[in-house]
Write a protein that binds this ligand. Sequence first.
Ligand code: URA
Length: 210
Amino acid sequence: MTQHLTVVEHPLIQHKLTIMRRRDTSTAVFRQLLREISQLLAYEMTRDLPLTTTTIETPVTEMEAPTLAGRKLALVSILRAGNGLLDGMLDLIPSARVGFVGLYRDEETLEPVKYYFKVPAQLDKRVVIAVDPMLATGNSSVAAIQMLKDAGAKDIRFLCLLAAPEGVARMKEAHPDVPVVTAALDERLNEKGYIVPGLGDAGDRMFGTK
Ligand code: URA
């Protein structure tokens, strides 16, 4: 991927996202739509994966058929909200390896605090897709990506549902080599670090914790 920010403006994604944003959308519907959107975003994100060929036999003849080249992809969920994107992506890429980065946002300082890190081996030989639904201040995403780089990852992409301009700018400054794919670029952050207009707390909405 060459562009730093890609907003996927597909009508199905935009329609589903509007339903997710609505205050009165239920947890069950929110979760289902997140799963569907993450499949569509994953489709866009993997558009440029390298292909090789393998010889197969169809019922009619032998052919050189395309298959994905290289090691299995690594999907890395930034806990806990990243898990909502992970499920849909695994529907589409079932053989992907999966990692988790546990960071929570200190509500006072808005700074990320690490509590868990477990990722697939040989990250340096894989395309690594880090997922977190909300690119808000960018603090936790930037920190998580730094941890992935420290673990050897070289080809990292970041997938989110909503991005704020502040988070995109922070990501570009800290990790200009990491392309960001999102369903929407919203207006701004509010004083509590929430994306406006946004959809509220993605973790609370998908897990029903509020
Ligand atoms: N995290 C969320 O879940 N929502 C926001 O608006 C910002 C960060």
